[in-house]
Design a protein around this ligand. Structure first.
Ligand code: GLT
Ligand code: MN
Ligand code: MN
Length: 389
């Protein structure tokens, strides 16, 4: 029997071509690893046990490739997928690397750049759909400003909406089985990026012509960069029926964009995230949008990829143990105790209920005096995570 920490296809572990393919360039230093071809990356991912591989258009096909070159590259990639059994669950567009997008793509002040961004995205959608992707991610890394003198923030919302509505219609017109997932980030590479958090994205989606086609792709690091509780953002997206995809990695609060291995920084937050995804039965990809430390060679890249999946599976096992722990469950039962006395007052509004409630008496001093035992509950959680339970 395989170890419970061995990745299996049903775990839905995926990596982008750009993640294990990251060559370790940073703003201060040159690459530390030789580039791997998309075919090599597919084989590497198969070797470490991933289920799928995601891509930007230009991770696979260079922006200046001729149609003939493109066809040869895509054929070789398909062949690698067929040989390994890997699938392509998600695709996206690179609307941030080329200098043409230095002032944004859909929000650029130049209408020709906005039109080019739409054209590039339609072609990338065609590529993604041809490879079988059912989720299409939009990460607007350049959709922002360094100075608010440059761009009208309301106009930026209008332009983003126009682009999303156009592209939803394109997908419908083509008959593709594809849903969009919008990914927020507060800053980096722009000083400030529009729709900075998953919550902003959820509000924006409700204003679209086809909101049912559009959900979110929250990323751990991006919400941590904004100082937010990632689990709460994910839970809100889930409750709204909008958790179409998720980017797992890790990130210290208040730092640069780190994209560390899943669980590398905040294990407790990672634990409650995995527990949530498993408890609610999230069925989508667990996409590791991260990369190996700059200290690593190709063997270290495999250590990184294996580590992401192994940590997820260990935390999944810990979540099951938490749910089955008699002392933790007894504490939860105590915390959630209910003598039924408030039931007549709670629920939907009606006049009689409101009148009864206004007339009722509460011993609020006694309620306030009750200890809630969260210290004990958290300590038990920590001990479980530390392996002493
Ligand atoms: C880029 C970014 C990620 C996005 C990718 C999708 S590309 O690496 O840092 O968070 O998910 O465009
Ligand atoms: Mn991401
Ligand atoms: Mn990121």
């Amino acid at each position: 029997m395989p170890s419970p920490y061995t990745p299996q296809p049903h775990h839905r572990f995926t990596f982008g071509l750009w993640t294990v393919g990251n060559i370790g360039r940073d703003p201060f230093g040159e690459p530390v690893r030789a580039p791997l071809s998309p075919v090599q990356i597919v084989h590497l991912l198969a070797e470490v046990g991933a289920y799928g591989v995601n891509l930007h258009d230009n991770d696979l096909v260079p922006i200046d490739a001729t149609p003939g070159q493109r066809d040869r590259i895509v054929a070789a990639f398909r062949q690698a997928l067929a040989e390994t059994g890997l699938v392509v669950p998600m695709a996206t567009t690179n609307l941030f690397s080329h200098p043409v997008f230095k002032d944004g793509a859909f929000t650029s002040n130049d209408p020709r750049v906005r039109a080019f961004a739409l054209q590039k995205t339609m072609r990338a959608i065609d590529l993604g759909a041809a490879l079988g992707a059912q989720i299409y991610v939009f990460w607007g890394g350049r959709e922002g400003v360094e100075t608010d003198a440059a761009k009208d923030p309301v106009l930026a919302i209008h332009r983003t909406r126009e682009a999303m509505n156009f592209l939803c219609e394109y997908v419908l017109d083509q008959g593709y089985d594809l849903r969009f997932a919008l990914e927020a980030k507060p800053n980096e590479p722009r000083a400030d990026i529009y729709n900075a958090t998953t919550g902003h994205m959820l509000a924006f989606i409700a204003t679209l012509d086809h909101p049912e086609m559009v959900g979110v792709n929250p990323e751990v690091a991006h919400e941590h960069m904004a100082g937010l509780n990632f689990l709460h953002n994910v839970a809100q997206a889930w409750e709204a029926g909008k958790l179409f995809h998720i980017d797992l990695n890790d990130q210290a609060f208040g730092r640069y964009d780190q994209d560390f291995r899943f669980g590398a920084v905040n294990l407790k937050a990672a634990f409650f995230l995995v527990k949530f995804l498993e408890d609610v039965g999230y069925a989508g990809s667990r996409h590791f949008d991260a990369h190996a430390y700059r200290s690593e060679d190709e063997a270290g890249v495999k250590d990184f990829a294996r580590g992401c999946m192994r940590t997820y599976l260990i935390l999944k096992e810990k979540a099951a143990a938490w749910n089955a722990d008699p002392e933790i469950q007894a504490l939860l039962a105590e915390i959630h105790q209910d003598d039924g006395s408030a039931a007549p007052f709670l629920g939907a509004y009606n006049r009689a209920r409101a009148d009864d409630l206004k007339a009722a008496t509460f011993d609020y001093q006694a309620l306030a005096a009750r200890g809630l035992r969260y210290e004990r509950l958290d300590q038990l959680t920590i001990e479980l995570l530390l392996g002493v339970r």
